[in-house]
Design a protein around this ligand. Structure first.
Ligand code: CTP
Ligand code: MG
Length: 553
Protein backbone atom coordinates (compact mmCIF):
# COMPACT_ATOMS: atom_id res chain seq x y z
CA UNK A 1 0.00 0.00 0.00
CA UNK A 2 2.93 2.31 0.45
CA UNK A 3 4.23 1.85 -3.09
CA UNK A 4 2.15 4.35 -5.01
CA UNK A 5 3.70 6.09 -7.97
CA UNK A 6 4.04 9.82 -7.53
CA UNK A 7 1.18 11.30 -9.55
CA UNK A 8 0.81 14.73 -11.04
CA UNK A 9 -0.99 16.19 -8.05
CA UNK A 10 1.61 15.04 -5.58
CA UNK A 11 4.35 16.35 -7.85
CA UNK A 12 2.76 19.76 -7.90
CA UNK A 13 2.24 19.79 -4.16
CA UNK A 14 5.85 18.77 -3.67
CA UNK A 15 7.00 21.65 -5.86
CA UNK A 16 4.71 23.91 -3.87
CA UNK A 17 6.20 22.71 -0.63
CA UNK A 18 9.79 23.08 -1.81
CA UNK A 19 10.42 26.57 -0.46
CA UNK A 20 13.81 26.96 -2.13
CA UNK A 21 12.66 26.76 -5.71
CA UNK A 22 9.17 28.10 -5.34
CA UNK A 23 8.00 30.79 -7.68
CA UNK A 24 4.52 31.45 -8.95
CA UNK A 25 5.76 31.36 -12.50
CA UNK A 26 7.16 27.89 -12.03
CA UNK A 27 3.91 26.48 -10.71
CA UNK A 28 1.78 28.07 -13.40
CA UNK A 29 4.16 26.86 -16.09
CA UNK A 30 4.02 23.38 -14.60
CA UNK A 31 0.25 23.39 -14.78
CA UNK A 32 -0.03 24.82 -18.27
CA UNK A 33 2.69 22.53 -19.65
CA UNK A 34 1.08 19.41 -18.25
CA UNK A 35 -2.25 20.43 -19.67
CA UNK A 36 -0.73 20.47 -23.11
CA UNK A 37 1.14 17.24 -22.71
CA UNK A 38 4.67 18.51 -23.33
CA UNK A 39 6.75 19.62 -20.37
CA UNK A 40 9.45 22.23 -20.79
CA UNK A 41 12.92 21.03 -19.91
CA UNK A 42 12.96 23.40 -16.96
CA UNK A 43 9.78 21.83 -15.55
CA UNK A 44 11.15 18.35 -16.06
CA UNK A 45 14.42 19.27 -14.32
CA UNK A 46 12.61 20.76 -11.30
CA UNK A 47 10.39 17.69 -10.98
CA UNK A 48 13.20 15.17 -11.34
CA UNK A 49 15.58 17.08 -9.03
CA UNK A 50 12.94 17.16 -6.36
CA UNK A 51 12.35 13.40 -6.67
CA UNK A 52 16.10 12.81 -6.48
CA UNK A 53 16.38 14.78 -3.23
CA UNK A 54 13.94 12.37 -1.61
CA UNK A 55 15.84 9.31 -2.88
CA UNK A 56 18.65 7.10 -1.59
CA UNK A 57 20.89 4.62 -3.38
CA UNK A 58 21.47 1.34 -1.55
CA UNK A 59 23.89 -1.46 -2.38
CA UNK A 60 22.14 -4.75 -1.60
CA UNK A 61 23.19 -8.36 -1.58
CA UNK A 62 21.79 -10.30 -4.51
CA UNK A 63 20.06 -12.55 -1.96
CA UNK A 64 18.14 -9.59 -0.51
CA UNK A 65 14.52 -10.39 0.19
CA UNK A 66 12.51 -7.62 -1.49
CA UNK A 67 9.57 -7.74 0.90
CA UNK A 68 11.73 -7.61 4.04
CA UNK A 69 13.87 -4.86 2.55
CA UNK A 70 10.85 -2.68 1.80
CA UNK A 71 9.28 -3.39 5.16
CA UNK A 72 12.49 -2.34 6.88
CA UNK A 73 12.77 0.90 4.87
CA UNK A 74 9.06 1.74 5.22
CA UNK A 75 9.63 2.20 8.95
CA UNK A 76 11.06 5.57 7.99
CA UNK A 77 8.08 6.58 5.89
CA UNK A 78 6.09 5.94 2.76
CA UNK A 79 8.07 4.81 -0.29
CA UNK A 80 6.74 6.37 -3.50
CA UNK A 81 8.92 4.48 -6.00
CA UNK A 82 11.74 1.95 -6.00
CA UNK A 83 13.63 -0.26 -8.40
CA UNK A 84 16.67 -2.54 -8.50
CA UNK A 85 19.47 -2.66 -11.05
CA UNK A 86 22.87 -4.29 -11.44
CA UNK A 87 26.22 -2.49 -11.61
CA UNK A 88 29.13 -4.27 -9.88
CA UNK A 89 26.48 -5.81 -7.60
CA UNK A 90 22.80 -5.14 -7.03
CA UNK A 91 21.62 -1.64 -6.14
CA UNK A 92 18.24 -0.21 -5.19
CA UNK A 93 17.00 3.31 -5.86
CA UNK A 94 14.41 4.12 -3.23
CA UNK A 95 12.36 7.30 -3.42
CA UNK A 96 10.47 8.29 -0.29
CA UNK A 97 7.30 10.36 -0.38
CA UNK A 98 8.76 12.80 2.13
CA UNK A 99 12.19 14.31 2.66
CA UNK A 100 11.99 13.64 6.45
CA UNK A 101 12.05 9.90 5.77
CA UNK A 102 15.52 10.24 4.24
CA UNK A 103 16.79 12.12 7.31
CA UNK A 104 15.27 9.49 9.58
CA UNK A 105 16.87 6.69 7.54
CA UNK A 106 20.28 8.36 7.63
CA UNK A 107 20.07 8.92 11.38
CA UNK A 108 19.78 5.19 11.89
CA UNK A 109 22.68 4.30 9.56
CA UNK A 110 26.08 3.33 10.98
CA UNK A 111 29.61 4.34 10.00
CA UNK A 112 31.44 1.21 8.82
CA UNK A 113 34.03 -0.31 11.12
CA UNK A 114 36.77 -2.67 9.96
CA UNK A 115 40.20 -3.37 11.27
CA UNK A 116 42.31 -2.90 8.11
CA UNK A 117 40.93 0.28 6.62
CA UNK A 118 39.62 3.51 8.08
CA UNK A 119 36.59 5.32 6.70
CA UNK A 120 36.42 9.02 5.78
CA UNK A 121 33.33 9.93 7.84
CA UNK A 122 31.57 11.73 4.97
CA UNK A 123 27.89 10.79 5.21
CA UNK A 124 25.91 10.61 2.00
CA UNK A 125 22.75 9.04 0.59
CA UNK A 126 24.79 6.16 -0.86
CA UNK A 127 24.37 3.27 1.59
CA UNK A 128 25.02 -0.44 1.94
CA UNK A 129 22.50 -2.91 3.27
CA UNK A 130 23.94 -5.23 5.90
CA UNK A 131 22.19 -8.41 6.88
CA UNK A 132 22.96 -9.73 10.35
CA UNK A 133 20.14 -12.29 10.33
CA UNK A 134 20.95 -15.92 11.09
CA UNK A 135 22.59 -17.70 8.15
CA UNK A 136 19.62 -19.99 7.38
CA UNK A 137 17.42 -17.06 6.32
CA UNK A 138 20.13 -15.78 3.93
CA UNK A 139 21.15 -17.14 0.52
CA UNK A 140 17.54 -17.65 -0.51
CA UNK A 141 16.94 -17.09 -4.22
CA UNK A 142 15.88 -13.47 -4.15
CA UNK A 143 14.02 -13.14 -7.46
CA UNK A 144 14.87 -9.42 -7.50
CA UNK A 145 13.76 -7.91 -10.78
CA UNK A 146 16.60 -5.75 -12.08
CA UNK A 147 15.93 -2.91 -14.52
CA UNK A 148 18.36 -2.84 -17.46
CA UNK A 149 20.70 0.15 -17.52
CA UNK A 150 22.52 -0.73 -20.74
CA UNK A 151 21.41 -1.24 -24.32
CA UNK A 152 21.09 -4.58 -26.06
CA UNK A 153 24.17 -5.55 -28.13
CA UNK A 154 24.14 -4.49 -31.78
CA UNK A 155 23.89 -8.13 -32.95
CA UNK A 156 20.67 -8.55 -30.97
CA UNK A 157 19.36 -5.23 -32.27
CA UNK A 158 19.99 -6.38 -35.86
CA UNK A 159 17.97 -9.53 -35.18
CA UNK A 160 15.15 -7.57 -33.58
CA UNK A 161 14.98 -5.11 -36.48
CA UNK A 162 15.03 -7.89 -39.06
CA UNK A 163 11.79 -9.24 -37.62
CA UNK A 164 9.95 -5.94 -38.24
CA UNK A 165 7.70 -5.65 -41.28
CA UNK A 166 8.55 -2.15 -42.44
CA UNK A 167 11.50 0.25 -42.32
CA UNK A 168 9.33 2.73 -40.42
CA UNK A 169 8.75 0.07 -37.74
CA UNK A 170 12.46 -0.71 -37.68
CA UNK A 171 13.30 2.93 -37.00
CA UNK A 172 10.78 3.33 -34.16
CA UNK A 173 11.81 -0.03 -32.72
CA UNK A 174 15.47 1.07 -32.67
CA UNK A 175 14.61 4.27 -30.82
CA UNK A 176 12.53 2.32 -28.30
CA UNK A 177 15.34 -0.15 -27.65
CA UNK A 178 17.98 2.54 -27.19
CA UNK A 179 16.27 5.43 -25.42
CA UNK A 180 16.80 6.13 -21.73
CA UNK A 181 14.27 4.46 -19.49
CA UNK A 182 12.32 6.22 -16.77
CA UNK A 183 14.51 4.43 -14.19
CA UNK A 184 17.77 5.36 -15.88
CA UNK A 185 16.70 8.98 -16.03
CA UNK A 186 15.88 8.94 -12.29
CA UNK A 187 19.27 7.40 -11.55
CA UNK A 188 21.00 10.17 -13.51
CA UNK A 189 19.25 12.85 -11.47
CA UNK A 190 20.03 10.96 -8.26
CA UNK A 191 23.76 10.87 -9.07
CA UNK A 192 23.65 14.64 -9.71
CA UNK A 193 21.88 15.10 -6.40
CA UNK A 194 24.51 13.01 -4.56
CA UNK A 195 27.26 15.09 -6.14
CA UNK A 196 25.42 18.26 -5.17
CA UNK A 197 25.65 17.18 -1.54
CA UNK A 198 29.45 17.23 -1.85
CA UNK A 199 29.54 20.62 -3.58
CA UNK A 200 27.01 21.99 -1.08
CA UNK A 201 29.60 21.61 1.69
CA UNK A 202 31.10 24.82 0.20
CA UNK A 203 28.13 26.24 -1.72
CA UNK A 204 24.95 25.27 0.14
CA UNK A 205 22.68 26.93 -2.42
CA UNK A 206 24.26 25.42 -5.53
CA UNK A 207 22.52 22.91 -7.78
CA UNK A 208 23.93 20.24 -10.07
CA UNK A 209 21.89 19.65 -13.19
CA UNK A 210 22.35 17.03 -15.88
CA UNK A 211 22.67 18.35 -19.43
CA UNK A 212 23.53 16.92 -22.85
CA UNK A 213 22.18 13.55 -23.88
CA UNK A 214 21.01 12.64 -20.35
CA UNK A 215 18.16 15.13 -20.74
CA UNK A 216 17.97 16.37 -24.34
CA UNK A 217 15.75 13.46 -25.43
CA UNK A 218 18.44 11.86 -27.61
CA UNK A 219 20.29 9.92 -24.91
CA UNK A 220 21.01 6.26 -25.35
CA UNK A 221 21.21 3.90 -22.36
CA UNK A 222 24.82 3.93 -21.26
CA UNK A 223 25.62 7.46 -22.51
CA UNK A 224 27.87 9.64 -20.35
CA UNK A 225 26.43 11.88 -17.63
CA UNK A 226 27.19 15.56 -18.28
CA UNK A 227 26.69 17.62 -15.13
CA UNK A 228 26.53 21.34 -14.68
CA UNK A 229 27.42 22.82 -11.30
CA UNK A 230 25.28 25.93 -11.11
CA UNK A 231 26.57 28.54 -8.68
CA UNK A 232 24.68 31.33 -10.47
CA UNK A 233 21.57 30.20 -8.65
CA UNK A 234 23.14 31.31 -5.35
CA UNK A 235 20.94 34.12 -4.09
CA UNK A 236 22.11 37.68 -3.56
CA UNK A 237 23.09 38.52 -7.14
CA UNK A 238 21.77 41.73 -8.71
CA UNK A 239 19.98 42.83 -5.53
CA UNK A 240 18.85 46.46 -5.83
CA UNK A 241 20.46 48.27 -2.93
CA UNK A 242 19.27 51.48 -1.29
CA UNK A 243 20.26 53.19 1.96
CA UNK A 244 22.49 51.15 4.23
CA UNK A 245 23.23 47.63 3.11
CA UNK A 246 25.79 44.90 3.50
CA UNK A 247 27.57 42.85 0.94
CA UNK A 248 29.74 39.79 1.27
CA UNK A 249 33.49 40.11 1.17
CA UNK A 250 34.62 37.60 -1.37
CA UNK A 251 37.83 36.42 -2.87
CA UNK A 252 38.26 37.62 -6.44
CA UNK A 253 39.99 36.15 -9.46
CA UNK A 254 41.08 37.63 -12.82
CA UNK A 255 38.29 36.12 -14.85
CA UNK A 256 35.16 34.00 -14.66
CA UNK A 257 37.20 31.19 -16.16
CA UNK A 258 39.67 31.41 -13.27
CA UNK A 259 36.77 31.27 -10.76
CA UNK A 260 35.35 28.22 -12.54
CA UNK A 261 38.76 26.54 -12.52
CA UNK A 262 39.28 27.11 -8.80
CA UNK A 263 35.77 25.88 -7.91
CA UNK A 264 36.15 22.76 -10.05
CA UNK A 265 39.62 22.13 -8.69
CA UNK A 266 38.39 22.10 -5.08
CA UNK A 267 35.16 20.20 -5.77
CA UNK A 268 37.15 17.74 -7.91
CA UNK A 269 39.51 17.19 -5.00
CA UNK A 270 36.58 16.58 -2.63
CA UNK A 271 34.98 14.15 -5.09
CA UNK A 272 38.31 12.33 -5.31
CA UNK A 273 39.05 12.25 -1.57
CA UNK A 274 35.58 11.99 -0.04
CA UNK A 275 33.08 11.05 -2.76
CA UNK A 276 31.79 7.52 -2.08
CA UNK A 277 31.80 5.45 -5.26
CA UNK A 278 33.65 8.10 -7.31
CA UNK A 279 36.81 6.70 -8.90
CA UNK A 280 39.39 7.69 -11.52
CA UNK A 281 38.95 11.42 -10.93
CA UNK A 282 40.72 13.58 -13.52
CA UNK A 283 40.74 17.35 -13.36
CA UNK A 284 40.87 18.73 -16.90
CA UNK A 285 40.95 22.40 -16.01
CA UNK A 286 42.78 23.82 -19.02
CA UNK A 287 40.24 22.62 -21.58
CA UNK A 288 38.14 25.26 -23.41
CA UNK A 289 35.41 24.18 -21.04
CA UNK A 290 37.14 23.11 -17.76
CA UNK A 291 35.80 19.87 -16.32
CA UNK A 292 36.27 17.12 -13.75
CA UNK A 293 35.89 13.62 -15.21
CA UNK A 294 35.30 10.53 -13.09
CA UNK A 295 33.45 7.24 -12.97
CA UNK A 296 30.58 6.82 -10.55
CA UNK A 297 30.84 3.13 -9.84
CA UNK A 298 27.49 2.43 -8.16
CA UNK A 299 25.59 3.79 -11.17
CA UNK A 300 28.13 2.81 -13.81
CA UNK A 301 28.04 6.35 -15.26
CA UNK A 302 31.03 8.09 -16.76
CA UNK A 303 30.61 11.63 -15.44
CA UNK A 304 31.79 15.01 -16.72
CA UNK A 305 31.29 17.78 -14.19
CA UNK A 306 31.47 21.34 -15.55
CA UNK A 307 30.61 24.73 -14.13
CA UNK A 308 29.68 28.03 -15.74
CA UNK A 309 28.62 26.19 -18.88
CA UNK A 310 25.32 27.92 -19.45
CA UNK A 311 25.52 27.93 -23.24
CA UNK A 312 25.69 24.12 -23.25
CA UNK A 313 22.62 24.10 -21.02
CA UNK A 314 20.86 26.26 -23.62
CA UNK A 315 21.84 23.98 -26.50
CA UNK A 316 20.51 21.06 -24.45
CA UNK A 317 17.22 22.93 -24.08
CA UNK A 318 17.14 23.61 -27.81
CA UNK A 319 17.70 19.96 -28.72
CA UNK A 320 15.02 18.95 -26.21
CA UNK A 321 12.59 21.38 -27.83
CA UNK A 322 13.32 20.17 -31.37
CA UNK A 323 13.02 16.54 -30.24
CA UNK A 324 9.62 17.21 -28.71
CA UNK A 325 8.15 18.97 -31.75
CA UNK A 326 7.66 15.92 -33.95
CA UNK A 327 8.33 12.24 -33.10
CA UNK A 328 10.19 11.82 -36.39
CA UNK A 329 13.00 14.04 -35.05
CA UNK A 330 13.94 11.71 -32.19
CA UNK A 331 13.41 8.57 -34.24
CA UNK A 332 15.70 9.80 -36.98
CA UNK A 333 18.38 11.09 -34.60
CA UNK A 334 18.47 7.77 -32.72
CA UNK A 335 18.79 5.86 -35.97
CA UNK A 336 21.53 8.06 -37.39
CA UNK A 337 23.45 8.03 -34.09
CA UNK A 338 23.24 4.23 -33.90
CA UNK A 339 24.25 3.85 -37.55
CA UNK A 340 27.22 6.19 -37.00
CA UNK A 341 28.39 4.27 -33.92
CA UNK A 342 28.05 0.91 -35.69
CA UNK A 343 30.44 2.13 -38.41
CA UNK A 344 32.87 3.93 -36.13
CA UNK A 345 31.86 7.36 -37.48
CA UNK A 346 31.46 8.36 -33.81
CA UNK A 347 33.50 7.00 -30.94
CA UNK A 348 33.52 7.04 -27.15
CA UNK A 349 37.14 8.25 -27.25
CA UNK A 350 37.70 11.93 -28.05
CA UNK A 351 39.48 12.51 -31.38
CA UNK A 352 38.97 13.62 -34.99
CA UNK A 353 35.60 11.84 -35.14
CA UNK A 354 32.23 13.46 -35.68
CA UNK A 355 30.53 13.80 -32.27
CA UNK A 356 26.96 12.86 -31.46
CA UNK A 357 26.20 16.53 -30.91
CA UNK A 358 27.45 17.45 -34.42
CA UNK A 359 25.52 14.55 -35.89
CA UNK A 360 22.33 15.65 -34.16
CA UNK A 361 22.71 19.18 -35.52
CA UNK A 362 23.20 17.67 -38.99
CA UNK A 363 19.91 15.76 -38.67
CA UNK A 364 18.11 18.92 -37.49
CA UNK A 365 19.50 20.87 -40.42
CA UNK A 366 18.36 18.17 -42.85
CA UNK A 367 14.83 18.30 -41.35
CA UNK A 368 14.77 22.09 -41.74
CA UNK A 369 15.65 21.64 -45.41
CA UNK A 370 12.69 19.38 -46.24
CA UNK A 371 9.91 20.83 -48.28
CA UNK A 372 7.85 21.81 -46.40
CA UNK A 373 10.27 21.95 -43.43
CA UNK A 374 9.60 19.51 -40.58
CA UNK A 375 11.11 21.80 -37.94
CA UNK A 376 11.54 25.58 -37.88
CA UNK A 377 14.81 27.49 -37.95
CA UNK A 378 16.40 28.75 -34.74
CA UNK A 379 15.85 32.33 -35.94
CA UNK A 380 12.13 31.57 -36.13
CA UNK A 381 12.15 30.10 -32.61
CA UNK A 382 13.88 33.27 -31.43
CA UNK A 383 11.18 35.42 -33.05
CA UNK A 384 8.48 33.47 -31.18
CA UNK A 385 10.16 34.02 -27.78
CA UNK A 386 8.35 35.89 -25.01
CA UNK A 387 9.98 38.24 -22.47
CA UNK A 388 10.62 35.36 -20.01
CA UNK A 389 12.59 33.48 -22.68
CA UNK A 390 15.13 36.25 -23.14
CA UNK A 391 18.63 34.98 -22.51
CA UNK A 392 22.00 36.55 -23.27
CA UNK A 393 25.04 34.58 -22.11
CA UNK A 394 28.49 36.16 -22.37
CA UNK A 395 27.24 38.40 -25.15
CA UNK A 396 25.63 35.54 -27.10
CA UNK A 397 21.93 35.76 -27.86
CA UNK A 398 20.51 32.46 -26.63
CA UNK A 399 16.87 33.54 -26.76
CA UNK A 400 14.29 31.15 -28.16
CA UNK A 401 10.74 30.17 -27.32
CA UNK A 402 10.29 27.52 -24.62
CA UNK A 403 6.52 27.06 -24.88
CA UNK A 404 5.75 24.28 -27.34
CA UNK A 405 2.25 25.64 -27.94
CA UNK A 406 3.50 28.79 -29.59
CA UNK A 407 5.17 26.80 -32.37
CA UNK A 408 3.11 26.07 -35.49
CA UNK A 409 4.48 23.27 -37.65
CA UNK A 410 4.04 22.88 -41.38
CA UNK A 411 2.19 19.83 -42.63
CA UNK A 412 4.92 17.56 -43.86
CA UNK A 413 3.83 13.91 -43.90
CA UNK A 414 6.97 12.19 -45.15
CA UNK A 415 7.56 8.72 -43.71
CA UNK A 416 10.59 7.79 -41.62
CA UNK A 417 11.74 5.45 -44.37
CA UNK A 418 11.70 8.26 -46.90
CA UNK A 419 13.46 10.63 -44.51
CA UNK A 420 16.21 8.16 -43.65
CA UNK A 421 16.97 7.44 -47.25
CA UNK A 422 16.85 11.18 -48.11
CA UNK A 423 19.16 11.94 -45.17
CA UNK A 424 21.85 9.69 -46.62
CA UNK A 425 21.27 11.12 -50.09
CA UNK A 426 21.45 14.68 -48.76
CA UNK A 427 24.81 14.24 -47.03
CA UNK A 428 26.21 11.98 -49.75
CA UNK A 429 26.06 14.99 -52.07
CA UNK A 430 26.36 17.96 -49.67
CA UNK A 431 28.97 20.56 -50.78
CA UNK A 432 31.04 20.23 -47.58
CA UNK A 433 34.08 21.86 -49.19
CA UNK A 434 32.30 25.21 -49.64
CA UNK A 435 29.34 25.31 -47.29
CA UNK A 436 28.67 25.48 -43.59
CA UNK A 437 25.68 23.88 -41.85
CA UNK A 438 23.59 26.50 -40.09
CA UNK A 439 20.45 25.63 -38.11
CA UNK A 440 19.94 29.25 -37.14
CA UNK A 441 19.10 30.13 -40.73
CA UNK A 442 18.07 26.65 -41.90
CA UNK A 443 20.22 27.26 -44.97
CA UNK A 444 23.79 26.39 -45.82
CA UNK A 445 26.13 29.39 -45.67
CA UNK A 446 29.53 30.02 -47.20
CA UNK A 447 32.22 28.63 -44.91
CA UNK A 448 33.74 31.41 -42.83
CA UNK A 449 36.98 29.47 -42.24
CA UNK A 450 38.88 26.46 -43.52
CA UNK A 451 37.80 23.23 -41.86
CA UNK A 452 36.74 19.97 -43.52
CA UNK A 453 33.37 20.05 -41.75
CA UNK A 454 31.84 23.34 -40.65
CA UNK A 455 28.76 23.35 -38.43
CA UNK A 456 28.00 26.71 -36.93
CA UNK A 457 27.53 26.63 -33.16
CA UNK A 458 23.87 27.66 -32.75
CA UNK A 459 24.61 30.16 -29.96
CA UNK A 460 28.30 30.98 -30.09
CA UNK A 461 27.98 31.68 -33.79
CA UNK A 462 31.67 32.35 -34.43
CA UNK A 463 32.52 28.78 -33.36
CA UNK A 464 32.54 25.58 -35.37
CA UNK A 465 30.94 22.67 -33.47
CA UNK A 466 32.90 20.15 -35.56
CA UNK A 467 36.31 21.82 -35.54
CA UNK A 468 37.89 18.55 -34.42
CA UNK A 469 36.81 16.57 -37.51
CA UNK A 470 39.55 15.83 -40.05
CA UNK A 471 39.18 15.27 -43.80
CA UNK A 472 39.49 11.50 -43.68
CA UNK A 473 36.73 11.17 -41.06
CA UNK A 474 34.45 13.37 -43.15
CA UNK A 475 35.27 11.27 -46.25
CA UNK A 476 34.35 8.11 -44.40
CA UNK A 477 31.04 9.66 -43.34
CA UNK A 478 30.25 10.69 -46.92
CA UNK A 479 31.19 7.25 -48.34
CA UNK A 480 29.01 5.53 -45.76
CA UNK A 481 26.09 7.86 -46.60
CA UNK A 482 26.51 6.96 -50.27
CA UNK A 483 26.60 3.28 -49.48
CA UNK A 484 23.56 3.38 -47.15
CA UNK A 485 21.57 5.45 -49.63
CA UNK A 486 22.38 2.87 -52.33
CA UNK A 487 21.51 -0.07 -50.04
CA UNK A 488 18.09 1.39 -49.22
CA UNK A 489 17.31 1.70 -52.93
CA UNK A 490 17.99 -2.00 -53.63
CA UNK A 491 14.88 -4.17 -53.66
CA UNK A 492 16.97 -7.02 -52.22
CA UNK A 493 17.78 -5.15 -49.02
CA UNK A 494 14.80 -2.81 -48.97
CA UNK A 495 12.11 -5.45 -48.35
CA UNK A 496 11.56 -8.00 -45.54
CA UNK A 497 13.19 -11.32 -46.33
CA UNK A 498 11.95 -13.69 -43.64
CA UNK A 499 13.58 -17.12 -43.30
CA UNK A 500 16.99 -17.43 -41.72
CA UNK A 501 16.46 -20.69 -39.79
CA UNK A 502 18.65 -21.11 -36.73
CA UNK A 503 20.70 -18.02 -37.48
CA UNK A 504 17.64 -15.81 -36.95
CA UNK A 505 15.82 -13.73 -39.56
CA UNK A 506 17.81 -12.52 -42.57
CA UNK A 507 18.84 -8.88 -42.06
CA UNK A 508 16.96 -6.46 -44.27
CA UNK A 509 16.27 -2.69 -44.47
CA UNK A 510 17.75 -0.73 -41.57
CA UNK A 511 19.35 -3.91 -40.19
CA UNK A 512 21.56 -4.21 -43.32
CA UNK A 513 22.73 -0.63 -42.83
CA UNK A 514 24.12 -1.61 -39.43
CA UNK A 515 26.13 -4.58 -40.75
CA UNK A 516 29.88 -4.05 -41.37
CA UNK A 517 30.22 -1.77 -44.36
CA UNK A 518 31.74 -2.60 -47.73
CA UNK A 519 33.06 0.90 -48.37
CA UNK A 520 34.55 1.31 -44.94
CA UNK A 521 36.17 -2.09 -45.48
CA UNK A 522 37.67 -1.10 -48.85
CA UNK A 523 38.92 2.17 -47.40
CA UNK A 524 40.47 0.60 -44.37
CA UNK A 525 42.10 -2.13 -46.52
CA UNK A 526 43.67 0.56 -48.67
CA UNK A 527 44.88 2.34 -45.58
CA UNK A 528 46.13 -0.84 -43.97
CA UNK A 529 48.67 -1.39 -46.72
CA UNK A 530 50.55 1.58 -45.36
CA UNK A 531 50.28 0.43 -41.75
CA UNK A 532 52.84 -1.78 -39.99
CA UNK A 533 52.17 -5.54 -40.11
CA UNK A 534 51.13 -5.67 -36.44
CA UNK A 535 48.37 -3.11 -37.12
CA UNK A 536 47.18 -5.06 -40.16
CA UNK A 537 46.97 -8.28 -38.14
CA UNK A 538 45.16 -6.49 -35.34
CA UNK A 539 42.63 -5.09 -37.84
CA UNK A 540 42.18 -8.47 -39.48
CA UNK A 541 41.53 -10.16 -36.14
CA UNK A 542 39.08 -7.40 -35.25
CA UNK A 543 37.11 -7.87 -38.48
CA UNK A 544 37.07 -11.66 -38.03
CA UNK A 545 35.84 -11.20 -34.48
CA UNK A 546 33.05 -8.91 -35.72
CA UNK A 547 32.03 -11.38 -38.39
CA UNK A 548 31.95 -14.23 -35.89
CA UNK A 549 29.85 -12.19 -33.51
CA UNK A 550 27.33 -11.54 -36.24
CA UNK A 551 27.25 -15.18 -37.24
CA UNK A 552 26.65 -16.23 -33.65
CA UNK A 553 23.77 -13.82 -33.43
N1 CTP B 1 27.86 21.06 -26.47
C1 CTP B 1 27.90 22.29 -27.08
N2 CTP B 1 28.87 22.55 -28.00
C2 CTP B 1 29.80 21.63 -28.32
C3 CTP B 1 29.77 20.37 -27.71
C4 CTP B 1 28.79 20.10 -26.78
O1 CTP B 1 27.05 23.13 -26.80
N3 CTP B 1 30.75 21.92 -29.22
C5 CTP B 1 26.80 20.80 -25.49
C6 CTP B 1 25.57 20.16 -26.13
O2 CTP B 1 24.43 20.61 -25.48
C7 CTP B 1 25.76 18.69 -25.83
C8 CTP B 1 26.41 18.77 -24.46
O3 CTP B 1 27.25 19.90 -24.50
O4 CTP B 1 24.54 17.99 -25.85
C9 CTP B 1 27.19 17.56 -24.02
O5 CTP B 1 28.19 17.27 -24.94
P1 CTP B 1 28.56 15.78 -25.33
O6 CTP B 1 28.63 14.94 -24.10
O7 CTP B 1 29.73 15.82 -26.21
O8 CTP B 1 27.32 15.34 -26.25
P2 CTP B 1 25.96 14.63 -25.91
O9 CTP B 1 24.88 15.36 -26.66
O10 CTP B 1 25.78 14.49 -24.44
O11 CTP B 1 26.12 13.21 -26.59
P3 CTP B 1 26.81 11.87 -26.02
O12 CTP B 1 25.69 10.91 -25.88
O13 CTP B 1 27.78 11.47 -27.07
O14 CTP B 1 27.48 12.19 -24.74
MG1 MG C 1 27.23 13.61 -23.20
Amino acid sequence: KCLQRADTTSTISCVLSSEKNLSCWMVSSLLSDEKNGQKSLHTLQVERQEQAERSVLISCQSSTNEKKFLKYLSKHGEISKYFFYESYGVYAVVEFAKQESVSSLLEGAAIPGGSHESAVPFKSRLLSLRNFSPVDSQNQPSGLQCQPQTTIPISELIKRLSREKSIDKQITSLAEAYQLTEENSRLRFLVCSLLKDIAAAYFPECTIKPFGSSVNGFGKLGCDLDMFLDVDSISGRNVKLSGLSLEYQMKRANSERAVTQSILSVIGECVDQFGPGCVGVQKILNARCPLVRFAHQPSGFQCDLTANNRVAMKSTELLYLYGGLDPRVRNLVFTVRCWARAHGVTSSIPGAWITNFSLTVMVLFFLQKRSPPIIPTLDHLRDLAGPADKSVIEGNDCTFVSNFNKIRLESNTETLEKLLSEFFEFYATFPFSRMSINIRKGKEQNKPEVAPLHIQNPFETSLNVSKNVNASQLDRFVSLCQESSWLLQQSETGTPRGGGGDGGPTPWGLATLLLPSQVAGIKSRKKRRREPASERIKGLLESLKNKNQLKKS
